[in-house]
Design a protein. Sequence first.
Lengths: 100, 512, 644, 476, 173
Amino acid sequence: MIPSTHYLVVAALLFVIGVSGVILRRNVITMFMCIELMLNAVNLTFITFSRFLNQLDGQIFVLFVMTVAAAEAAVGLALIVILSRRADTLDVDQADTMKW
Amino acid sequence: MDGIEPQLTILLLIPAIGSMVIALLPDSRNRTLKGVALLITVIAFGYSLLLVEQFQPQLDTMQFVQNASWFDVGNLHVHYHLGIDGISLFLVILTTFLMPLAILASWTVKEKIRSYLFFMLLLEVGMIGVFISLDLVLFYAFWEVMLIPMYFLIGVWGGERRIYAAVKFFLYTMAASLLMLGAIIALYFFNNAQDFDLVQITNRLSSGEMVLSPQAELLLFLAFFIAFAVKVPIFPFHTWLPDAHVEAPTAGSVILAGVLLKMGTYGLLRFCLPLFPNASVQLAPLICGLALVGILYGALVAMVQTDVKKLVAYSSVSHLGFVVLGIFSFNLQSLEGATFQMLSHGLSTGALFLLVGMIYDRRHSHLIQDFGGLAHVMPRYAAFFMVFLLSSIGLPGLNGFVGEFLILQGAFLANAGYAVLAAFGIILSAIYMLWMYQRVFLGTMNHEANRTLGDLSLREGVILVPLVILALWMGLYPSTFLRPMDASIQKVVDRIEQVQPATVYRVEYRGP
Amino acid sequence: MLENYWIIILFPLLGAAVNGILGRRFSHRVIAWVACSASGLSFLVAVLAFWELIQLPQNARAVSVHLFTWIESGSLVAKFSFLLDPLSMVMILVITGVGFLIHLYSVEYLAEESGYYRYFAYLNLFILMMSVLVLADNYLLMFVGWEGVGLCSFLLIGYYFQKQGAGDAAKKAFIVNRVGDVGFILGVFLIFRSFGTFEYHSIFASVASSPASAATLSVGAITLLLFVGATGKSAQIPLYIWLPDAMEGPTPVSALIHAATMVTAGIYMIARSAPLYSRAPETLLIIAVVGMVTALLAALVALVQKDIKKVLAYSTISQLGYMFVAVGVGAFSAGIFHLITHAFFKALLFLGSGSVILALHHEQDLFKMGGLRKYLRVTFVSMWIATLAIGGAPFFSGFFSKDQILWEAYSSPQGHTALWLGGVLVAGLTAFYMSRLMFLTFHGQERFTVNAESHPPPQEPSLLVTLPLMILAFFSVLAGYVGLPGYLGDNRLEEFLAPSFQWVLQEPAMEHSHTEEVLLTLVAIAVAAMGFFAAYQCYVRNRQIPEDLAHRFSRLHRIIEQKFFVDELYDSLLVNPIRRVSQGVLWKVIDVGVIDGLVNGTATLMQSCSHTIKRMQNGYARVYATWIMGGAVLIILYYFLTST
Amino acid sequence: MDLNYSALLPEIILSLTGIVIMLVIPFVSRERQANLAYLALAGIILAFLALLLDWNQTGLAFFEMVFQDPFAQFCKGLFLFAAAAIVLIAMNYLSQESRAEGEFYSLLLFATVGMSLMAASADLIVTFLGLEVLSISTYVLAGFKESERRSNESAIKYFLLGAFSTGFLLYGIAFVYGATGSTQYLAIAQAIQTSESEPLILLLGLGLMLVGFGFKVALAPFHVWAPDVYEGAPLPVTAHLAVGSKAAAVVALARILLQVFPELNPEWKVLLWVSAVLTMMIGNIAALTQTNVKRMLAYSSIAHAGYLMLGLAAHSELGTQGILYYLTAYTFMTLGAFTVVQIVGRHNEQHVQIEDFSGIGYRYPFLSVTLSVFLLSLAGIPATAGFMGKFFLFAAAVESEMYGLVFLAILASAAGIYYYLRVIVLMYMGDFHGDEVLLTIPLSLRIVITIMVLGTLYLGILPETFLQLASKAVSF
Amino acid sequence: MEYILFYGLATTSVTAALVVVFANRVIYSALALIVCFGAIAGLFFQLDAQFIAAVQVIVYAGAIMVLFLFVIMLLDPESEDFSTDRLKQIPILVVPLAAALAFILIQVTFLWSENASRSLSAGGHTAGSLQMTGNTESLARLLFREYLLPFEITSILILSAVLGAVILTRRPE
């Protein structure tokens, strides 16, 4: 059996990549995808712990995370669509009317 | 220690209800509103005189005590605790006395009179509240609440730079008093979260039931002190004062100088000394130093002012320096002098501001250079001005002298050097006041606009005559005011002596 | 009965109150009646009181009249009570007596003025305050009168307030007096600290009963501080500068306040405190020296003044210096003696000059007078009497008092020959400048302008003016006989005053013979006569002499004429620097710049902080995400570092 | 096992109301959709009644997923109250913008459900889901004016950053789960208590969870989104964000820190200390120079989050009591202030610049007097709720001997007074230079404002009642 | 074998993730994300979470990503020019932050594994009930009993998400 640590390291890497991606990319869709990546890293962590602890609660949690991710995707993409419709851009840096 | 005497609450309620009445009165003519307000303040004054009548001067405890729980939840026990003793009695009277005069002086205010009067009455509630509350939280609440009406009075009805002045006044005092809030809370927990009761805490401190470490005492003292120092104002916290005074409407200046500044010195006397005697004594040299600087500095700066109101404002810095010096000289004479001087300064400076306001009503200026030779056209005005000027510079026989004398005598007993330096303030006060008087009232009329000025009206006379009478009374028979203070002030002195016996100078008669 | 004589102060109080409050509506007649009857009544009562006092046995002649407790704070008690004893009786007689005469004189003198009621109210107030000063039985109450008379002096000097000079002079008088008053009140503080009371009786008894060495230091300091007060009130170096300027006031005021009464308060105070002063030899020496120097300098300045009232003013300063020499050598009753005689003749001189000024329509320049004896007979005669008195002509009042001072300066244990020499010199100078004044005013050519409309020829004023002159002339001659020198008879004044000086430390007097005294007196008379004749030579016989002298010693002349530049010195050393520093440094720099700068600077700082923080909020979601990530990293880094 | 429905009856009623509104929308004409607000109000009132039925019941419900305790009940009451007020504000807002759309109320009710669940949650999973219900509804609400670019931007920023921080929160939960083997509050607390040392992974989880909650509460440095989002969102939504969403996050955080991680107090106290100071300073100082009142109130709400952290860092009964009291006070004064801003702002929020308030003092006495009361309360002047709240929080911090924190809080609030005062200054002392269009104050808003003012003053003068409630509520 | 599979999946997922971040076209990112999700599903499978793995593929890689692709097609982000970056300093900040984050996370993980033997488990609802295969049933039981409330909450969640999406995207009349 592969030690849990290995999985956790993979999850950590994915999480960090996701976080960095959110910041580095300007395209809203890519940013959102990076967020999904973060959530997946979390899911992997949950599943790993779930196995390590030998219980199912972690898996349940993952199910809910997925549901939430789906819901967020619905709302998020809707928001992206109307942003593109109103501002005619997907560049998050263009969304800077309000500042200071 | 429960008290259920309702007098002080009633005293608070009179102006409070009055302000509501003013706010709810139908939009009638200005005169009616002013009349109502005047009536309310007169009733409050009358009622406060009843208190004097019932006051038992021989007691050193609080009287007319009303003590009930305000809120008492978990380990927070805050009380609605009111009471007065010899120290606060006359400050309350001073407040209620000056209010009708201030309202009368506001007769010339034309704009937004309803809210003006509303704020005036609210201010009275706050001021009385500060002097009578014995629970620290209650005290703090009144202390800050009172800033708001004053802030509006300056900011809405003030002069040209009123906004700057109002904001400066508010922020200066507010910022300083927030630290006091912290200290009040800290004191509460040093008190094992029993209560915020000034009387109780003092008792516990003096009985040793409650002990503050020297460091804690020092820090708490400083927090209280800074709040009060700004209000007094003690040099170098004074720069809000000239601005506030110059911009405030007449009544605002009167109340500001007459009562608000006294809150600072009252606070020092009522809170700093009994609660933190060690720290008070420890820092007394520093504070006396600041007071002395204030006395001389205020006087010197007053001397070169070009604006009468500013001059009187700086003179307040100087005069209040005497009061602080008196408080931190820690003997019966100096403390009684300081308390007396609070009343006296309230009276004479209040009167001076009233007078300046009267000329401002006519001429819309308080620059010295706009006047000259006023005594020709306004002899009565000039005479009244002279009387209060003299009382302000401490001429014997008028109110100013008694306080100043007792303070300086007390200070001399405690530390002769202080008194010698402070005495120069007396000279300087004569210089700046007389110089101003000369430029405003004496000489020839060199402004055409001044030729047609009318002398005092009946209303203005009605304002000033009681002040003159009181000035003479206080100057010639100060015992009326000093006797009731004795016991309470002796208590403060005893408290200091208890912890720092070497500090208190006891006068011995070394006659034959 | 004597207990009721506090009503001495009641009349002027009522008079001042009635005239002050209601006077505007009264006619001049009513005002004058009220004021004069007030002072007249109080004089009457004072005479009665005097009468009763001398009925008492000598050692019982000190009656305390307690009215009420004024200030009481713990063991600090200041009573409002009066002491009727010989010293205060003498003073009160002089004050109310001369005061009454001057009230009378003023009725006519000020008839033309608009502020009539004001004037008389102030004058009554002055009588009140002066009475309080001399009647007080403790130092604090004395201080009330002390400051009170200063106030009245201020008010009366500034009576012609429309004149710039009057306002300046009034202010100057008050402020300079205040400087002295501060010294006085500090002395009072020290008295209380040392003795625990303000009352004369207790203080003197205590100082007399304690061993000589016990309180030397504090007594020295007390006396010195009180003397600072005296230099202010009695116009001595360094605080004399206000008195010449005070001549801006109406002439009767100069007579009453700045010659006869108020300025002598310092002498009275020192005499009153004699038990203390007699135990402070160092202070006495200082007083004597200050008095002598003042007397000399003022006499010198008086030599060249052109303004008739200025001459008299400097003369007053000089004479006051004389009195200080007297008390400075421990001859307290001699000081009081000269005080009394001086009150008469100096008041007379001032009133006379007032009469002249009135006749010449407010002309005060000596060089625009001359030959007035034809027009003003009464004034002329009475003023010459006064001049002889002040000049020390034998058997006029001034002769006796001056002579006693000179003798004491020479003979008393604290005295010194130098003091005597100085005194004689001053006597000579006095004779000179007074004669000069008289010659210039009444003799020689008529130099005043006369024209039909605005300046009718001078005319003797009415009886209301001349009667006081005559009465004062009478006393100027006779007042000296209450204190005859030892070789002529009894010094009754000294005897009478003795109870007041019972606690004084008497040092054994050195033995001196009458011959010595007579000899010295003759010398003094000779010097005075020389002064007189010199003046005669210069101003009647040959008018060129003074001009030649002035020319030859032009620099010296200028210095004296400009009063040794003392005013300028004060201005440039004290007044201007203080004003400039206050304006330029304290207000503009410290107050507005530093403190308000800090306050407003805090506000500005907060604003710039605010702008800095707002830059964090630049609207870019990615930057915000970076902040969040940064925060997260910091948090876990913190945990990571603290727990490993 | 008893599901104990009564514990969640308010939430159920709210959800059902939301669904009913959703369902009836197609059958109600556009013009009359405003009336759906009354339906929503009715639902809220019903929920409130249900809450009262449940009052003072204690226990666990739904398989130990939610608590039934005074704390939850207190918070739910507060949320319901805020929701009702926001419904009234929104009703007015929507008709003003001619956007009378009933969905708004559904979403608002759903958001309230999420908030209530967060307050009552006994399991991290419920907390998380409650948070997401709240967040998703709020993302949509922030972008509700989809034709308005500012609203879009606000929504997209909020969404991206919200989802981003949710990632951190979840990661944190995962670590906590990994370290303790449970997501249940009590079980986690139990596990931490029984273990002799805290594994680093647990601290990591705690830290990451703090990031997530810090975001929702808008604690520095996770506050950065707040000003932009508040400014761009429609006004009722801003009010909801500032009051409801923040309060829910604060109480959830309080429950987690105090009930789940009391043992780790030293660890999180430090972070809260630093964060509180930063939050107060940044919020107050940045607000000093704002020109947009909405944005200024956003910074102000950041600063207030900082004050709230004082109570949390104190970790005492008094502190929690203070938090609850302050939240109540804060709800009253902030909602009141936003209501007035909404009236002055008028159509499309064109007049929310600070100059737009200039000189209105004597033209619209009702608005300016009440706004002054709210602002003074926010500034913490005695006799107002804000003072009492601050007093309790400061007292709690002093009790826990965090003198430095109190000192800094005092400095920060002193600095903060200025900008509240600035609005009052302009209202009363500035010159009126607006157009002569008369502002209309609809009855509903008049009622809201009146209630808020009375509440603000009542809480400031007679704190006893609510303090009693709060003190009962702190016993978890 | 197990290890080879693991490393294969791990490498795939991390590489795909990197591609998501650094791909220059959005569509590539999306495709890489699908790959990444697939790899993660494999890891789930390895971790005895077969049901979750299936859901991962169906819901995530399937439904959600299709939605993404759909939106990408709809909006055609490739037409936009992203070359001028106003925030050039951001990468400089992010790299050290990311490195620190990764370092700490991995370090903590290793530290954890050292003490992992010490069980902290307080037991969830199903302590010790995890079987090698076929835990779907117990998962379902859990979901509809103990996790009934969260499950119901998700319904509200989805409802509001749907409602929100509808409101946001409908065109104003």
